[in-house]
Ligand binder design. Structure first.
Ligand code: 6PG
Length: 510
């Protein structure tokens, strides 16, 4: 039997932008794919693209008209990948696959931006019907097509089956330099290098790690936006000049995909008005929810991820556009004075350092959150491994991730990234400018909640004492909530019968 007539290696359901590109990436890596989507036009589109890209090779993608046909076209035990919207659609497809006769040994991999607890529930729900496995994907449409970062988790047996597939399609990193090895040519996938796909742990762990990736992504983006606003409004710089500044920053410590695309966004002209496009884009941020989930997750485990949470709030306040416009007519801020060239240069340098130090804190918060969740869930996350697979393919890819990888490789039980000798030194070196940039923005009345929440995190984390002693006193005063003492063993609780002159004494029966 020729390969053309043989059964397919993988089934793929959901041919939206991410699904189509991931399917073509699998095809480039030699897998024959049976594909299905409820929307026939999406099936037609991928078949057409495969025809255009495969040259005189046999068809790599086979169209199916139903779930049953898809199951019949696959070798067993089957491997089926889903790229459908998170939430109910994953269960909708799962139910149809059960009705169509999927087997207990078949594997279904969810690659959507699913909530990690949904993945946990699904593994239990579909036990005995099929093996539910999850893989979180980062990298947007280009990543899906030419190499994403993949965060797989679930049944270890299923992983043995999926591992070679994910390692083939994932982004690759040069092991010597830690830098991405990229190819954006259809049919010519990168074969060499370290794949950005590693087994994260039991089901749920992969989507949790991706959720935190997105929380860090929110913080990273917000910090860049704050640097932009200070340059635009405080230093009166034009978008092109800010783009040039970002391009210069991209050559050094801040080298990252997000800095690179920010420069490109700032350079884009609006075809209609001829203005910089950024000046006509409405300043109201959207969000699909993963940043919010991270913030909620941080609050739930009690992890102080204030820069990530602040980035979500920054999107919320941006969305109150009408209220802000009205308030701008009523509420006043400080007068802004113009700067001479030397002061402007110094302010730009301070912003660079503020962005760098804040970024270190945002990542420290993300890794601290994963550490606390890992302990709570018993996942035993490998942080060097996670930093490694974020070095290429994903949205937060940056040279900086190599330094994080090294920090965790040097000390796998590192309590906080800030304590790694390299990062402790970096912050010591750059914190003067970080503080100056925040002070300048504050004096100019320009919001910089990302920068200042990060500095707050740093200053709180390095403080031997915080005012929580007074807070405990307050709690004990009004609610008899008790407190611990500095001179007595930890865990021993004390309470005082507060009797304050002038305060009405109310008898309370306990
Ligand atoms: C990725 C991104 C992606 C993200 C979208 C939208 O890693 O590829 O994180 O998964 O969900 O870019 O995010 P928001 O709409 O919430 O900004």
């Amino acid at each position: 039997m020729t390969k053309e007539n043989s059964l397919c290696d993988i089934g793929f359901i959901g041919l939206g932008v991410m699904g189509k590109n991931l399917t073509l990436n699998l095809a480039d890596n030699g897998y024959k794919i049976a594909c299905f989507d409820l929307d026939q036009s999406k099936i037609d589109a991928i078949i057409q693209q495969d025809n255009e890209e495969r040259g005189d090779q046999p068809a790599r993608v086979v169209a199916c008209r139903s779930y049953t046909e898809l199951l019949n076209k696959l070798s067993t035990p089957r491997l089926i990948i889903l790229s459908v919207p998170a939430g109910e659609p994953v269960d909708h497809v799962s139910r149809h696959l059960i009705d169509a006769g999927i087997g207990a040994d078949d594997i279904v991999v969810d690659t959507g931006n699913s909530l990690w607890t949904d993945s946990l529930e699904r593994e239990a729900r579909y036990k005995g019907k099929f093996i539910f496995f999850s893989t979180a994907v980062s990298g947007g449409e280009v990543g899906a097509r030419f190499g994403p970062s993949l965060m797989p988790s679930g049944d270890p047996y299923a992983w043995t089956r999926i591992e070679p597939v994910w390692k083939a399609v994932a982004a690759k990193v040069d092991p010597q330099t830690g830098k991405p090895i990229e190819s954006f040519t259809p049919g010519k996938p990168v074969k060499e290098g370290e794949p950005c796909a590693t087994y994260i742990g039991p089901v749920g762990a992969g989507h949790y790690v991706k959720m935190v990736h997105n929380g860090i992504e929110y913080a990273d983006m917000q910090l860049i936006c704050e640097a932009y606003q200070i340059m635009r409004d405080g230093l009166a710089m034009e978008p092109a000049e800010i783009a040039a500044t970002f391009r210069a920053w991209n050559q050094g410590l801040l080298n990252s995909y997000l800095i690179e695309i920010s420069a490109e966004v700032l350079e884009m002209q609006d075809a209609e008005t001829g203005k910089a496009l950024v000046d006509v884009i409405l300043d109201r941020a959207g969000q699909k929810g993963t940043g919010l989930w991270t913030a909620v997750g941080a609050l739930q485990v009690g992890s102080p991820a204030q820069t990530i949470t602040q980035a979500v709030f920054a999107r919320s306040i941006s969305s109150l556009k009408k209220e802000r416009v009205a308030a701008s007519q009523i509420l006043s801020g400080p007068e802004r004075s113009s700067l001479n060239d030397a002061d402007k240069q110094a302010a730009i340098e301070a912003l660079h350092d503020a962005l760098y130090c804040s970024k270190i804190c945002a990542y420290a918060q993300g890794f601290q959150l994963m550490d606390m969740a890992s302990k709570e869930q018993g996942w035993k996350l490998d942080f060097a491994g996670i930093a490694k697979i974020w070095r290429a393919g994903c949205i937060i890819r940056a040279s900086f991730l190599q330094s994080i990888t090294e920090a965790y490789e040097q000390n796998e039980s590192l309590t906080n990234l800030l304590l790694a000798p390299y990062f402790a030194e970096q912050i010591t070196k750059y914190q003067g400018n970080w503080r100056r940039a925040i002070a300048n923005a504050t004096l100019m009345g320009i919001p910089c909640g990302g920068f200042s929440s990060a500095l707050n995190y740093y200053d709180s984390y390095r403080s031997e004492t915080l005012p929580a002693n007074l807070l405990q006193g307050q709690r004990d005063y009004f609610g008899a909530h008790t407190y611990e003492r500095t001179d007595k063993p930890e865990g021993k609780k004390f309470h005082v019968e507060w009797s304050v002159p002038g305060r009405p004494q109310v008898a309370i029966k306990r």
